[in-house]
Design a protein around this ligand. Structure first.
Ligand SMILES: [Zn+2]
Length: 217
């Protein structure tokens, strides 16, 4: 029986990992494991892992690596051996990559590929800096530089605003953290010869086609 691909989707904030992960999930029939969604699930349901994470968040502290790793591995190891998954938003540092490798080697099968979506920094800054959300219906909007900044929702006429995370200063910081802490993960996987590099500076469809071609899927 064919085995599902086990993938990590890797790239900076604003690379479009979430969108690509959903397309790949539908096409390859694999489980999409989004670290952001998993955190929201555990926090929302008040699971034991969620409560552990919350302890730190309530104190205004970062959730320690060990808690993040437990949350992700709990899910990864629940995927049956013959089935595939796409990890999105994890690992974010070499320690997390090592822990994932250890857990998977105990589970018979390791990763098949790490898909690296590359996007030049000026493009990321433009993309992330143009993200606005409707205060009333939460619809996401993208407003380019020099475009009409009337900041009104196209769906309901509500006021558009920028999340703290998408403010220019925060965007620069997110990219900085990625460059400093997360890009070393790429070296870890290059040593294992599993990385495929795809340009993310093209349409969503083109990125998707190139990823599928690279995976031979
Ligand atoms: Zn709206």
């Amino acid at each position: 029986m064919a085995q599902g691909l086990r993938l990590v989707l890797f790239g900076p904030p604003g690379a479009g990992k979430g969108t690509q992960a959903q397309l790949l999930r539908d096409r390859l029939k694999v489980t999409h494991i989004s670290s952001g969604d998993l955190f929201r699930y555990h926090l929302g349901q008040g699971t034991a892992l969620g409560l552990r994470a919350k302890e730190y968040m309530n104190k205004g502290e970062l959730v320690p690596d060990e808690v993040t790793i437990d949350i992700i591995l709990d899910k990864v190891l629940s995927v049956p051996n013959e089935e595939g998954f796409i990890l999105d938003g994890f690992p974010r540092n070499p320690h997390q990559a090592e822990e994932l490798e250890k857990a998977l080697s105990g589970a018979v099968r390791g990763l098949d590929k790490v898909v690296h979506i590359e996007v030049p920094e000026p493009v990321l800054l433009r993309r992330l800096g143009g993200r606005f959300v409707c205060r009333d219906c939460q619809a996401p909007h993208s407003i380019g530089e020099g475009e009409d900044a009337s900041k009104v929702c196209s769906q309901c006429g509500g006021e558009l605003y920028q999340r703290d995370d998408d403010q220019p200063k925060a965007v620069k910081k997110r990219i900085q953290v990625y460059n400093d802490e997360t890009t070393p993960v790429l070296g870890f996987y290059r040593d294992r010869d599993v990385v495929v590099d795809i340009s993310g500076d093209q349409t969503v469809d083109d990125v998707n086609q190139q990823v599928l071609a690279a995976l031979d899927a």
